[in-house]
Design a protein around this ligand. Structure first.
Ligand code: UDX
Length: 455
């Protein structure tokens, strides 16, 4: 088993560190945020990720997982040092590499003997070369080290599972010595290790995320054609997804992709390619289609409600996807923001993200309900913005009773349109046409009188 240090105890660093400890390695997670390290030392996990808290607690008590703010202590301890610091976007979409550069200098300053320095953060192609150059410049002359690119492919909400059971492990290095150590780290994992040069490994990450975003935008573009033609995008996705060459995953039409990775990584890949003199216009269209999804959806709500001013709209789901409390770049938040700007009264519910929402400006302009049913009390429309599975299990007869007008706008195609229309709703999804048991006006007429709207 090996001694591993992870510099950066954020989402990626902490999860990776916990999983390495879980398979038996000895791990130190370093962070320069003293408050965060103090919290972690007291057993509190700053993020919600299924299975993580238990894994951290178990490995801390077994002595395999430690935390510190001291980079020197971390580097001295380790055979392999992972860098997992943020690589945020700049206003033009390119990647801000100042934290990577700073950590490279910090490692160099405390380097005493041979270490493998692994970049886990998502970085532009050729960053590894720069990291090696920086360490060489700032380290004591003559000290040996190798730089490796080992991108992460973990998804929020199932990060632990993705890390423990990866599809593949990409290791980019020019050194056999470093490769042998990386094989040793990943030996307990049942997954193929793909050994490449550093540049290819770095490129794999941006190319993979961009391809996944492209799949989403592709099905969303098809969904628009389905809406215009009366076809059902769910059937189309099934029909094309069963072709092994295409695959069904990431063909869920909806409000588009959000989160802290896809929007940033696609913008970065466009900027990186442009910088290399290779404009990647296909990815610009991927971005445009994604931006159109919310606009078109809001238009559907406007077409049905005519005027949004003063309308009471319930929104289910605020996180950028289910099984996470993360609201960064969440399309659901953009949606709520737009509805509020149009003058609607929004009451929202999310199973996990309500605490995080309270840190956002929009929280002061909406009401947060304690349950999905309370959110729809007196509502004139229900909007589903995130496909939490539990929303499908809500008692929709009760929802119908509580709403003033039974309009459902399903931004994630979570519900069964047939069932909803049978229950008396007018249902609008993405690329599924309009489903209504009766014309919209009649549906409104059968609902409770407008005067029952709570103040
Ligand atoms: C993603 C990548 O999957 C992961 O490999 C990488 O390391 C980080 O970025 P994550 O951001 O956690 O992970 O979320 P993911 O599950 O990939 O979903 C991204 C966005 O795409 C979400 O907003 C989701 O709602 C949307 N999405 C996903 C769709 O709209 N349709 C789909 O079919 C799939």
């Amino acid at each position: 088993m090996m001694n591993i240090t992870i510099i950066g105890s954020g989402y990626v660093g902490l999860t990776t560190g916990a999983c390495f400890a879980e398979i038996g390695h000895h791990v130190i997670c370093v962070d320069n945020d003293e408050a965060k390290i103090a919290k972690l030392l007291s057993g509190s996990i700053p993020i919600y990720e299924p299975g993580l808290e238990e894994m951290v607690t178990n490995n801390v008590s077994s002595g395999r997982l430690k935390f510190t703010t001291d980079t020197g202590e971390g580097v001295d301890f380790a055979d392999v040092v992972f860098i997992a610091v943020p690589t945020p976007p700049q206003p033009d979409g390119s990647v801000d590499l100042r934290f990577i550069e700073k950590v490279a200098r910090e490692i160099a300053a405390v380097l005493k003997d041979y270490k493998v320095i692994v970049d886990k953060s998502t970085v532009p192609v050729k960053t590894g070369e720069k990291v090696a150059e920086t360490i060489r410049r700032y380290a004591t002359p003559g000290i040996e080290f190798d730089v490796v690119s080992n991108p992460e492919f973990l998804r929020e909400g199932c990060a632990v599972e993705d890390l423990m059971k990866p599809d593949r492990i990409v290791v980019g290095t020019n050194s056999d010595r470093a490769l042998a150590l990386m094989h040793k780290i990943y030996e307990p994992f049942v997954a193929p290790v793909l050994a490449t040069d550093i540049n290819s490994a770095e490129l794999i990450k941006h190319a993979a995320n961009s391809f996944l975003a492209l799949k989403i935008s592709y099905i969303n573009a098809v969904a628009a054609v389905c809406d215009a033609s009366g076809a059902d995008v769910e059937k189309v996705a099934e029909g094309i997804g069963t072709d092994k060459r295409i695959g069904r995953a990431f063909l869920n039409a909806g409000l588009g992709y959000g989160g802290s990775c896809f929007p940033k990584d696609i913008a970065a890949f466009i900027a990186i390619s442009e910088d290399l003199g290779i404009p990647f216009d296909l990815l610009k269209e991927v971005q445009d289609i994604n931006a159109r999804q919310l606009k078109n959806f809001i238009k559907k709500i406007q077409d049905a409600l005519w005027v949004l001013q003063e309308k009471k709209i319930a929104v289910w789901g605020l996180s950028f996807k289910p099984d996470t409390d993360d609201v960064r770049c969440s399309v659901a938040i953009d949606l709520v923001d737009t509805l509020v700007k149009e003058g609607a009264h929004v009451t929202a519910y999310d199973p996990k993200a309500m605490e995080k929402v309270q840190e956002l400006d929009v929280s002061g302009k909406i009401t947060l309900a304690p349950s999905p049913l309370e959110a729809v009390d007196g509502a004139e429309a229900l909007v589903i913005a995130t496909e939490w599975p539990e929303f499908a299990a809500v008692d929709f007869e009760e929802v119908r009773k509580r709403m003033i007008t039974p309009l459902i706008f399903d931004g994630r195609n979570l519900l069964d349109p047939e069932r909803m229309t049978t229950l008396g709703f007018q249902y609008t999804g993405i690329g599924r046409g309009l489903h209504s048991s009766a014309p919209a006006a009649a549906a409104v007429e059968t609902a409770a009188p407008r005067s029952k709207t709570p103040a």
